[in-house]
Design a protein around this ligand. Structure first.
Ligand SMILES: O=CC(=O)O
Length: 342
């Protein structure tokens, strides 16, 4: 049965703001009553939910920034939500703010926005890769300090041409980045849970290697995998010991896939020569050792920050809400729940 059958108008909960796809969201209010929370912190939100304020909601649209109000979508939060809630439509590719296992236990399906983010995130990855290879952060901070290139010339950078780009996580963003890096003359190696089809590998000129080989042979290592309990700190002290000395690290995935303290140590010892980072372990906090190190190019989680991509992401997430309300299923259920959708 679709969620809109059975008489009364379905309700949808909006967690966060719609910034771009406003007309698509207005169209949702034609098929469902839209509720918004009054709370501004998790304690109040839990109370508001428990008071029955969201009763009747079948779907919730949520943004990355709504975390500031609700905190993690976990068992505690789901316990407070109405039993009517069947769908959580997350606006973003990475959905580590949502405990999918807890959602499954509550019979709630979760969607994300795969593919919509690929170009912009991979572009940011390439920007960080080139910037870290060329050591631009050193010169940029000297210039802002009024010292032009600095008291001593920054170390010369390196060309991407001929270097091995190791991609950990060959999903949509990893593959997009590989294609772009090929245009800079890089050689692509990758490691992934599942090996790509030989045809795709050939088309991308990408060689599958085991994890240790990826660490040992990459000149640049790009993290392009989702954050989950298995990938948290997948790069830590032990892994830095196995990398090529002087490796460059690029991270546009999630900060916590790297043990940030271990990265700081590896940068200080020179095992990592430079890094380009868009994401951090405890955003918006940044490890002081990263801030203090001029060889780290730092961007404040702006991988998808383009008008085109943010619009695409909102449209995609809204289309999930629409399908949830009208058809009782999702356009892009998260991989952990595939098979749960009807
Ligand atoms: O960080 C951005 C996303 O997960 O889409």
């Amino acid at each position: 049965m679709s969620s809109s059958e059975g008489g009364s108008r379905p309700k949808v909960l909006l967690l966060g703001d719609i910034e771009h796809a406003r007309s698509s969201w207005e169209a949702i209010s034609e098929i469902a009553e839209v509720l918004t929370p009054k709370s501004t912190n998790r304690a109040d939100f839990l109370q508001e939910a428990s008071s029955g304020a969201f009763d009747g909601c079948v779907a919730a649209y949520r943004t990355f920034d709504s975390f500031e109000v609700t905190g993690k979508v976990d068992a505690e939060l789901l316990q407070a939500m109405p039993r009517s809630l069947r769908f959580i439509c997350h606006n973003g590719a990475g959905y580590d703010q949502v405990d999918v296992q807890a959602c499954t236990a509550h019979n709630i399906r979760v969607s994300n926005t795969p593919t919509a983010v690929d170009d912009a995130t991979a572009d940011m990855g390439i920007f960080l890769l080139l910037g870290a290879l060329r050591n631009v952060a050193v010169g940029m901070s000297s210039l802002r300090a009024g010292e032009w290139r600095g008291k001593t010339l920054p170390a010369l950078g390196h060309d991407p041409r001929g270097k091995v780009l190791g991609i950990l996580g060959m999903g949509g963003i990893g593959r997009n980045m590989a294609k772009k890096a090929l245009a800079f003359g890089m050689r692509i190696r990758y490691h992934n849970r599942a090996r790509l089809d030989p045809g795709v590998e050939k088309e991308m000129d990408a060689e599958y290697v085991d994890f240790d080989t990826l660490l040992a042979e990459s000149d640049v290592l790009s993290l392009n995998l989702p954050l989950n309990p298995k990938t948290r700190h997948i790069i830590s002290r032990n892994e830095f010991r196995k990398t090529k000395p002087g490796i460059v690290i690029v991270n546009t995935a999630r900060g916590a896939v790297i043990d940030e303290a271990a990265l700081v140590e590896a940068l200080e010892s020179g095992q990592v020569s430079s890094a380009g980072l868009d994401v951090y372990e405890n955003e918006p906090e940044i490890h002081p050792g990263l801030l203090a190190n001029p060889r780290v190019l730092l961007v404040p989680h702006m991988g998808t920050f383009t008008v085109e991509t943010e619009t695409k992401m909102e449209e995609w997430a809204i289309s999930n809400v629409r399908m949830a309300v009208e058809a009782g299923c999702l356009r892009s259920i998260v991989p952990e729940q595939r098979g749960m959708d009807v």
